[in-house]
Write a protein that binds this ligand. Structure first.
Ligand code: G3P
Ligand code: MG
Length: 248
């Protein structure tokens, strides 16, 4: 099972910063999950919330700041100086770093609260510019945006994100749109959905799993990926425990 570092190694380091991404790589993760939005002047930035307050301590909306203004905010303000100053990364800064590593990236388009025009097209352009087509996937709660991603780059896999209570008849929905992965909150997944996904050839990456019980359940279900804030713990456990999978 792939270990996917949620917002980087966010259990220990400031989420969605280059520091969290580099520490996730060091922890041995297979993939990094990150969230993208767009600045007022059209740059793609890595940031989870639509508003800047919780993470940087400065109120406002990401979409109202220019890239230069965003760069002045500290994305590690929650840690009160423990990790120094960590700017909001651009997707391009991340790509220029990750391209020389062996890991893959799950790019979550954060565009279901505010829709960012051309986020899909600009992201696809950058993926191509850095030659990362075979090492990325898209995911989003905005499933119409994933339809656009599929039109722009049919070979890049898409993960359909859902939170409780999940999506009715999910495998059938995914198949009919050509989406490859279902990304449910662990609370919405059950034996029947797992079995149906397997039957339909739909992959399963599950979030956000930060406890041993959850890790065990995903391994028993034979999920493809665990999206976690603690990639080191998951990696070590998976390495030290024989597979519990019923089917390979
Ligand atoms: O990709 C899984 C997870 O990141 C989705 O929720 O809110 O943490 O972006 P959120
Ligand atoms: Mg996310």
């Amino acid at each position: 099972m792939k270990v996917i570092a949620h917002r980087g190694y966010s259990g220990k380091y400031p989420e969605n910063t280059m520091l969290a991404f580099k520490m996730a790589l060091e922890a041995g993760c297979d993939e990094i999950e990150l969230d993208i939005q767009m600045s007022a002047d059209g740059r793609i930035v890595i940031f989870h919330d639509e508003s800047t307050g919780r993470v940087t301590g400065v109120p406002g909306l990401v979409r109202n700041f220019t890239f230069e203004e965003l760069r002045k905010l500290d994305a590690s303000a929650l840690y009160a100086g423990k990790f120094g100053f960590n700017p909001v990364p651009s997707l391009e800064e991340y790509f220029s770093w990750v391209k020389d590593t062996g890991i893959s990236t799950n790019i979550e388009l954060k565009n279901s609260v505010f829709y960012y025009e051309a986020l899909e097209a600009k992201t696809t352009e950058l993926i191509k510019k850095y030659g990362l087509e075979k090492r990325v996937m898209f995911s989003s709660f905005n499933h119409a945006s994933l339809v656009k991603c599929k039109e722009l780059a049919p070979s890049i896999p898409c993960g359909v994100l859902v939170s409780a209570p999940g999506l009715g008849n999910a495998p059938c929905f995914l198949k009919s749109f050509g989406f490859e992965y279902y990304h449910p909150d662990i609370g919405c997944l059950n034996d029947e959905t797992v079995a149906e996904c397997k039957k339909q050839g739909i992959g399963l990456n599950v979030w956000t799993v930060n406890d041993m019980g959850g890790l065990l359940r995903l391994e028993e279900w034979g999920c493809d990926g665990i999206i976690t804030n603690f990639p080191d713990v998951c990696k070590k456990w998976l390495k030290n425990n024989p597979s519990l999978r019923v089917s390979p």
